[in-house]
Design a protein around this ligand. Structure first.
Ligand SMILES: [Zn+2]
Ligand SMILES: [Zn+2]
Length: 398
């Protein structure tokens, strides 16, 4: 059992927190999948327009953009929330559970959108004294990837180009009241590979007359593990997981071909860049040695999420103000991926983890689980940290 001390240093008042929570519950009850966030985008656009902001919709298909301009000159800071849900049937019994069969906000993107709307309202209220501007990015399609890139292609980083970018994610392995800010590599790159091995079919009793793609596949699977164990510096983390294999039709037939698919995860940008070549060399070498031909399809989904050290220090200072020094964790890392990396690839910034777990309330289910839910007190903590981070960057003149 963990005891959670809630931070008392919130500038968000009860009414503001209630509004953020209500928004989160409304979005939670109406989940929409990647690039289908029509209702969600409409809610976001209406709220922003009600604040008097100029709103751009249909950015990167279903994304929404708005900028809060401060009364004083200064840099532009980008704040991003993702809006998409997952194809999961919710098993929670809460009053705000998903009203759409087979769809659920099981990652917490409803929380991120609600938090950013809460921040938008506050920023507009304080805009006269704001030195610079805050670009609000409500992004589609984080889960399948491509939403961030789509918005960037549609001008999310233009006119003026933001000097810094920040986002947050509710975090179920972190207790409520804690904040994770990891300078440097934080989340892994996500690559996907698909390999077709073409051999030569034969009778299973006469393998010498064919070229067995199944044996070849087995050697390829084993050889690929040498990427982690032999090719890459042992101090650099890398995971190669073959997750699907398919081949064959009967016990006495050597098939013509075999198929496998899986993922590679790595933090280190240098290693990430070198991976496809090493991968191809291993697959082609093994296949050739066993008389087969391999066709490799190697795709990048997400870049590594790498937090800029200087921006992380600013976010950390903000987090310390909110939750206290001992509640800011700096060594959180995961092999999971995140397409906020698309922003961080172009602009220095930091992706912040907001503790949302509360064992005392049974809120311990992990992201993407049908019973995932957060302790909603994390919404205020996240909003406060993100708002203070943005203001610190503006005030520093970055
Ligand atoms: Zn997710
Ligand atoms: Zn997520």
């Amino acid at each position: 059992m963990t005891t959670t001390t809630l931070p008392s240093r919130l500038t968000f008042g009860d009414a503001e927190l209630r509004e953020i929570t209500d928004t989160r519950r409304d979005l939670h009850a109406h989940p929409e999948l990647a690039f289908e966030e029509v209702r969600t985008a409409q809610v976001v656009a209406e709220r922003l327009r009600a604040l008097g902001l100029e709103v751009r919709t249909g950015v990167g298909k279903t994304g929404v953009l708005a900028t809060v301009k401060g009364g004083k000159p200064g840099p532009t800071v980008l704040l991003r929330a993702d809006m998409d849900a997952l194809p999961i049937q919710e098993e929670n019994e809460t009053p705000y559970r998903s009203q759409t069969p087979g769809k659920m906000h099981a990652c917490g993107h409803d929380c991120h959108t609600a938090v950013l709307l809460g921040i938008a309202k506050r920023l507009v209220k304080e805009s006269a004294t704001l030195p610079g501007a805050v670009r609000l990015v409500f992004q589609p399609a984080e889960e399948v990837g491509g939403g961030a890139d789509a918005m960037i292609r549609d001008g999310a980083l233009a006119d003026p180009r933001p000097a810094a970018a920040f986002g947050l994610h509710v975090w179920q392995t972190l207790d409520l009241g804690k904040i994770g800010i990891t300078p440097g590599p934080f989340m892994a790159a996500v690559d996907e590979f698909t390999i077709t091995i073409e051999g030569k079919g034969a009778h299973a009793a006469m393998p010498h007359l064919g070229a067995d793609p199944v044996v070849c596949l087995a050697h390829v699977v084993t050889a690929l593990q040498t990427i982690a164990s032999r090719s890459v510096d042992p101090l650099v983390e890398v995971v190669v997981s073959v997750t699907q294999v398919r081949a064959g039709t009967a016990f006495n037939i050597i098939p013509e071909s075999a198929w496998l698919n899986g993922t590679v995860r790595v933090f280190d940008p240098e290693t990430w860049r070198a991976l496809p070549t090493r991968f191809e060399t291993i697959v082609q070498g093994v296949s050739q040695a066993l008389g087969c031909r391999a066709i490799v399809d190697y795709r990048r989904h997400n870049r590594p999420t790498v937090n800029d050290p200087a921006m992380s220090a600013i976010a950390r200072a903000a987090a310390v103000e909110v939750v206290g020094e001992k509640n800011v964790v700096s060594d959180l890392r995961t092999m999971g991926g995140e397409d906020f990396s698309a922003f961080l690839n172009q602009i220095p910034g930091c992706f912040i983890a907001v503790g949302s777990r509360n064992a005392a309330k049974g809120l311990t289910w992990d992201h993407h689980h049908p019973r995932f839910d957060v302790d909603e007190a994390c919404l205020g903590v996240g909003a406060e940290v993100l708002l203070r981070t943005a203001k610190r960057v503006l005030e520093s003149g970055a």
